[in-house]
Design a protein around this ligand. Structure first.
Ligand code: ADP
Ligand code: MG
Length: 402
């Protein structure tokens, strides 16, 4: 990576402001998935073991600049404490005199978790005074919040202009894996892309067409391409306002000699409901009142057979309505196939919140070369955008940060 990391600086005896992404899903105050907390541990432990005093900060949910008791970080502090095997102290606010007193008491190896940064509207507004106040607590800034790096907020971007700013270990891993994918993928480089919609992924598709040798399309997104080719798809999700874009993308693929594959068969259901009647049909024969809910077995066979040649595979977006078990077979088959390629030397990278959830459900996270923790951030990276939270960090070549 071309950015300085925690390993490039001396943190001993320093106060470190560590921005992590601890934005976990909550259900009635309970954490339903602690992946992000666990992913933040290596940097935190590294800093503590190397004698830093750590001020840990994150956002949680969307409180929109107001204190919201349901979005306090207490459950995160508890889970973090359990994972670390030591209690995690919290402040009642992200800022203020009470916080300063607590920060002043920190000794090497101590840590403190600040309350939800987004209780302050200045955080998302990237208010310079707020960023300065955060910076005043510490000697060094470490950004490990890859999942928030596409946002220029006070704790992800503004603060970096006031302190020596370096990447955490998770940030480093994410940026290295995705940069490699973008800059020097082993070829052939094939993408499997799905999810609900074409809109929102147009820039991803365009970027991939310039880098990949094949793009294999599934999910609701494929419907819009199939509709643009003239197929009647019953009640399937089709973005009728994206048909022109779909044609443009397919023309672009042809011009660039990128293999652009669409499903040839599909699982259709009478309703999008687990107990609805269902059957496999050719994509040209979707019954009038039915919906496509997954790719069919012939498509799975064609896609996996084509992927046999790939040396790099990027996957974003489920192949069907995978949240409903009977409609998850296409997604699961692709996930299993991609995971099997990793020990054969293929670089396998998965990005996108729902695709990662699908891989996680199958217990295959560790079987991939890289599974990105940053949903929106990883897609913006693949679009070729510069992430402000990464850009603000010290370049690897820059003078000593300590
Ligand atoms: P990711 O988060 O991995 O980028 P998306 O958010 O783009 O993925 O898409 C995920 C959603 O797409 C899921 O909720 C899934 O149910 C939906 N989806 C996939 N295939 C279809 C389909 N054929 N019809 C309707 N929705 C679909
Ligand atoms: Mg999603």
């Amino acid at each position: 990576m071309n950015k300085k990391t925690v390993r490039d600086i001396d943190v001993r005896g320093k106060r470190v402001f560590l921005r992590a992404d601890l934005n976990v899903p909550l259900d009635d105050g309970k954490i339903t998935d602690d992946t992000r907390i666990r992913a933040s541990l290596p940097t935190l432990v590294y800093l503590l073991e190397n004698g830093a005093a750590v001020i840990l900060a994150s956002h949680l949910g969307r409180p929109r600049g107001k204190v919201n008791d349901a979005l306090r970080l207490k459950p995160v502090a508890d889970r973090l404490g359990r994972l670390l095997g030591r209690p995690v102290r919290m402040t009642g606010d992200a800022l203020g005199p009470g916080v300063m007193t607590a920060v002043d008491k920190l000794r090497p190896g101590d840590m403190l978790l600040l309350e939800n940064l987004r209780f302050h509207a200045e955080e998302e507004a990237n208010e310079p005074a707020f960023a300065t106040a955060l910076a005043d607590m510490a000697d060094i800034y470490v950004n490990d919040a890859f999942g928030s790096a596409h946002r220029a907020h006070a704790s992800t971007e503004g603060i970096a202009h006031h302190l020596p700013a370096v990447a955490g270990l998770l940030m480093e891993r994410e940026v290295s894996a995705l940069s490699r994918l973008m800059e020097r993928p082993a070829k052939p480089f094939h993408t499997v892309i799905g999810g609900a919609k074409v809109s929102g992924k147009l820039e991803v598709l365009e970027s991939l067409l310039s880098r990949c040798q094949a793009v294999l399309v599934g999910g609701g997104m494929a419907n819009t391409f199939l509709a643009a080719k003239g197929h009647a798809l019953g009640k399937s999700l089709v973005e009728t306002d994206q048909l022109d874009n779909a044609v443009r993308i397919m023309t672009e693929a042809r011009r660039k000699r990128v293999r652009f594959m669409l499903p040839t068969d599909a699982l259709v259901a009478a309703q999008v409901h687990p107990r609805a009647q269902r059957q496999v049909v050719r994509v040209g024969e979707v019954p009038r009142d039915w919906s496509i809910v997954d790719i069919g077995p012939e498509t799975v066979a064609a896609y996996t057979s084509h992927l046999d040649k790939a040396r790099t595979i990027f996957w974003n977006g489920p192949m069907g309505v995978f949240e409903i078990a009977p409609f998850a077979e296409g997604t699961n088959a692709m996930a299993r196939y991609i995971a099997e390629r990793t020990p054969r030397g293929v670089i396998t990278v998965v990005g996108g919140g729902d695709s990662v959830a699908a891989v996680d459900q199958l217990g295959l996270i560790d079987q991939m070369s890289h599974v990105s923790t940053g949903g929106g951030a990883s897609l913006e990276f693949v679009e070729g955008k510069i992430l402000p939270g990464v850009a603000a960090l010290l370049d690897a070549g820059e003078g000593s940060a300590s």
